[in-house]
Design a protein around this ligand. Structure first.
Ligand code: FES
Ligand SMILES: [Fe+2]
Length: 438
């Protein structure tokens, strides 16, 4: 199976030099640094505000809190989506309090200024009392960039930003094969975590932790770094490709395949006994069977995927704070955001799963087990209130301890393996934003 790289980009461009900037502990707890990160990297990047499937009709809206900002996204009469800072222009009250809904007018809860869905102010009480003249027709909500890609609504606070598809670069083209716009968000979880957002980001920028934090994955994913593809794109984002449907190359397996590979083989009408000691053949055998039987078993997206996408796991990290982990069953969105309070030792973690229908079935397989293929309601809480799925639980299990350790005078700064290069590059790009170099 030959993996594609982005056309026109040579392999050496996908492994750029890093400078070796120190990664000291203070960037994980310093308020001044956190403010600079937000005002540069976060303001200038695109962010996912929600799912387009939640905005069916004109007036349907979603809100999203990113750090200190709340963003309102509204479906327009012409079918497009507009995004605004969710703030009343009278005296700054938050305009819309709910995470989603449908309204033809947005009325501020303080003095009842009223805005149309396109952000224009249409009614104010005592309009004749404004010496500057009636604000209706003059004042509008503060609009920001908004775009739709991959069935998701994106916003950006930088009016000079490229369109989102261009900002995604090669990632857009690679992901479009999966048919994201036809999927539903079946997991929609959001929790507050007592750690800096970058602790979670660093975790998703390396796979070195897999044998320690996720020992169960060794029978189904090849996490050996020499078998893994790491690509760092010129546009700040990166991807990692791990072979799926086979065990880790770190271990010698010579018995009959263990769970979940045994069940997977049976589901795809192969006999696990035939693969005793032949673990490396399982991935190709499953790829062949998925090609042959996928359509008849309801897996309609497989025909759009290449041979690697049909069995392997692709992990995309979008600078600064979002990871997509995608396989043939669907895509996880794993995102960490600065906390709205501005406390750099807290963050918000999102875990979504976006999945295609399996035709003829009501259920799908996801990171929290089997679930119905239906749009999930938001589940919001504090880290530990409920499970985020066992792998995400394992990832977040280190956060609080690492936050404490990074505060220690005894921590001398990161000492990274080469396979953690994406962590190093991430911090260097962040430094460039904060220092005004890019
Ligand atoms: S602050 Fe919104 S109407 Fe006064
Ligand atoms: Fe992990």
């Amino acid at each position: 199976m030959e993996r594609k790289t982005y056309l026109g980009v040579s392999p050496s461009e996908l492994d750029p030099e890093v400078r070796g900037d120190p990664i000291a502990g203070d960037r994980y707890y310093c308020r001044d640094w956190a403010k600079k990160e937000f005002d540069t990297a976060f303001v200038r990047s695109w962010h996912i505000g929600g799912m387009l499937h939640d905005l069916e009709s004109a007036g349907d809206f979603i809100t999203h809190t990113l750090g200190k900002e709340s963003i309102l996204m509204v479906r327009q009469q012409d079918g497009t989506v507009k995004a605004f800072y969710n703030v009343c222009q009278h005296r700054g009250n938050l305009l819309v309090m709910s995470p989603m809904g449908g309204l033809q007018k947005f009325t501020c809860s303080y003095h009842s200024w009223q805005y149309a869905i396109d952000g224009t102010l249409t009614a104010v009480p005592d309009a004749e009392d404004y010496l500057q003249g009636n604000p209706c027709g003059k004042v509008t909500l503060a609009e920001i960039r908004c775009d739709v890609w991959g069935g998701m609504v994106w916003f950006c606070m930088d009016e000079k930003a490229k369109p989102v598809r261009e900002w995604l670069g090669p990632i857009a083209e690679q992901l479009e094969a999966y048919q994201l716009p036809k999927m539903k968000r079946t997991i929609y979880m959001r929790v507050e975590v007592n750690c800096n957002w970058k602790i979670i980001r660093d975790n998703f920028n390396e796979a070195y932790h897999l044998p320690t934090l996720h020992p169960e994955l060794k029978t189904a994913i090849d996490d050996l770094y020499t078998d893994t593809v790491f690509e760092m794109y010129p546009n700040e984002h990166n991807r990692m490709v791990m072979k799926g449907c086979m065990p880790s190359g770190r271990y010698a397996f010579d018995a009959v395949p263990e769970a979940p590979l045994d069940g997977l083989l049976q589901f795809w009408e192969l006999n696990p006994d035939d693969y005793r000691g032949k673990y490396n053949e399982i991935r190709l055998a499953i790829a062949r069977q998925r090609r042959k039987l996928g359509e008849s078993k309801g897996y309609w997206t497989f025909k759009y995927l290449d041979d690697s996408q049909i069995v392997d796991f692709y992990h995309y990290t979008l600078f600064p704070n979002t990871t997509f982990t995608i396989g043939p069953d669907g895509m996880q969105v794993l995102r960490s955001e600065p906390h709205p309070s501005g406390d750099p030792e807290k963050c918000i973690f999102d875990h979504w799963f976006i999945a295609p229908e399996i035709i003829g079935r009501e259920d799908i397989d996801g990171p929290a087990g089997s679930a119905k293929w239906e749009i999930a309601d938001l589940k919001y809480g504090k880290h530990g209130d409920f499970s985020l799925g066992f792998v995400a639980d394992q990832d977040l299990s280190i956060c609080v301890g690492q936050q404490k350790g990074l505060r220690s005078r005894g921590f001398k700064g990161g000492y990274l393996a080469y396979q953690e290069k994406r962590v190093q590059r991430f911090h260097e790009i962040l430094n460039d934003y904060v220092n005004g170099v890019c």
